[in-house]
Design a protein around this ligand. Structure first.
Ligand code: ACO
Length: 351
């Protein structure tokens, strides 16, 4: 018995924001963003459009592609670090709005590794015999975490005004992070299959919480009270990121996990047909590929279009590669990601 992906879908917001639009509200440039990260544009969700709404769009498309309805799904796993509410998670939001029965929903938060963790969880739950079909969603909406109330109107082209020097200074303070992120969602339907040739072959997941401060968001229940008005000015509501440290971890940990998952499955790294790497930075994608000796044609990327959509990057990339034929039936695909936690890992899948 194996588990197979029978349908994929994506949920992408309509607002396209090119690098030059960000350069209007902070000290940055299209050239800096392209050369340091590979990002050319990103999509921003509208107010009222959270990760649950984008996730629902992706989920509806994945169900249609799998020729399934909500009645066929036994459980939902929703991976996001940016849920609509502090609690509950997005699972019940999606469950009610999409009209699922009272099936269990799991909310997981492994940030950029959320989708890979979700794949392992779905595979394990199906293999255990508990469920036959699971809907897995990876979605993030970063827009509200950014200080765009200071220039949001300019970024979206809603107003022809000059940014004030105060607004420009605040936006520039966070420029190393804010230019890297976009909003988006992907979803897959995963099912039990008795056809032994296709399906997931192995998973390897890792966590190391010894350096959480390298990539995290302050605040939470250790604070008394956990929300104070000054926190907004102190940047508590904006992610903290030691970019160079995370970069170094990414280019060493992801290749390690790809090698480990290949060893587990008894295959050579060279046998991987397509390597899907979490889209955080094009230089990271190229660095991981280089470490593994993978030629560029086996390592697709779409960071230029969407920037880093956290739990959304891998299911969006997988969906696009299936749609345009870069991934074909029979191919061996490896998913790998690293993100805040740090959590990282890899999954091997025969399409
Ligand atoms: N525009 C212009 N200049 C900038 C910008 C910007 N947007 N951001 C930073 N700079 C400046 C810096 O201030 C610095 O200037 P200085 O030399 O005068 O001090 C200079 O550019 C170089 O900065 P570095 O930090 O050395 O740039 P680097 O090449 O390391 O790139 C980056 C920074 C893009 C953040 C990179 O380190 C990176 O991608 N790191 C990993 C990010 C990541 O993977 N995050 C994980 C996912 S997030 C998650 O899990 C939630």
């Amino acid at each position: 018995m194996r588990t197979v992906i029978t349908g994929t879908g994506i949920g992408i917001p309509k607002n396209v924001v090119v690098n030059d639009a960000l350069a209007k509200i902070m000290d940055t440039s299209d050239e800096w963003i392209r050369t340091r990260s590979g990002v050319e544009q990103r999509r921003y969700a509208d107010p009222g459009e959270g990760s649950a709404e984008l996730g629902m769009k992706a989920a509806e498309a994945a169900l249609a592609a799998a020729k399934r309805t909500t009645a066929d799904i036994d459980a939902v796993i929703f991976a996001t670090m940016t849920p609509n509410y502090y609690f509950p998670g997005n699972g019940p939001v999606l469950q009610a709005k999409m009209g699922f029965g009272e099936i269990p929903t799991f909310d997981i938060r492994q940030q950029c590794s959320g989708f890979v963790y979700g794949l392992d969880l779905a595979d394990s739950l199906i293999r255990s015999g508990k469920y036959n079909r699971i809907l897995l969603i990876g979605a993030d909406v970063h827009t509200p975490l950014m200080p765009w109330q200071l220039g949001w109107d300019i970024v979206l082209g809603l107003e022809e005004r000059e940014i004030t020097p105060e607004e420009y200074a605040v936006n520039t303070k966070y420029r190393d992070r804010t230019v890297l992120f976009g909003d988006g969602a992907g979803a897959v339907v995963i099912e039990r299959s008795e056809n032994g040739t296709r399906g997931f072959e192995a998973f390897k997941l890792f966590t190391n919480g010894s350096n959480i401060e390298a990539l995290y968001m302050k605040g939470g229940t250790a604070q008394r009270p956990w929300v104070r008005s000054e926190q907004v000015d102190e940047g508590y509501l904006i992610p903290v990121m030691e970019g160079r440290q995370v970069f170094k971890e990414a280019v060493s940990r992801m290749p390690e996990s790809v090698r480990a998952v290949c060893k587990e499955a008894g295959v050579e790294v060279e046998q991987i047909d397509v390597l899907l790497i979490h889209q955080a930075n094009l230089r990271i994608v190229e660095g991981v590929a280089k470490q593994l000796g993978m030629p560029p044609e086996k390592v697709p990327h779409n960071i230029e279009k969407y920037a880093n959509t956290t739990a959304g990057t891998l299911p969006i990339l997988f969906h696009e590669c299936l749609a345009d034929g870069r991934i074909k039936p029979g191919m061996l695909v490896c998913f790998t990601a690293l993100g805040s936690g740090l959590h990282w890992g890899a999954a091997l899948y025969r399409v």
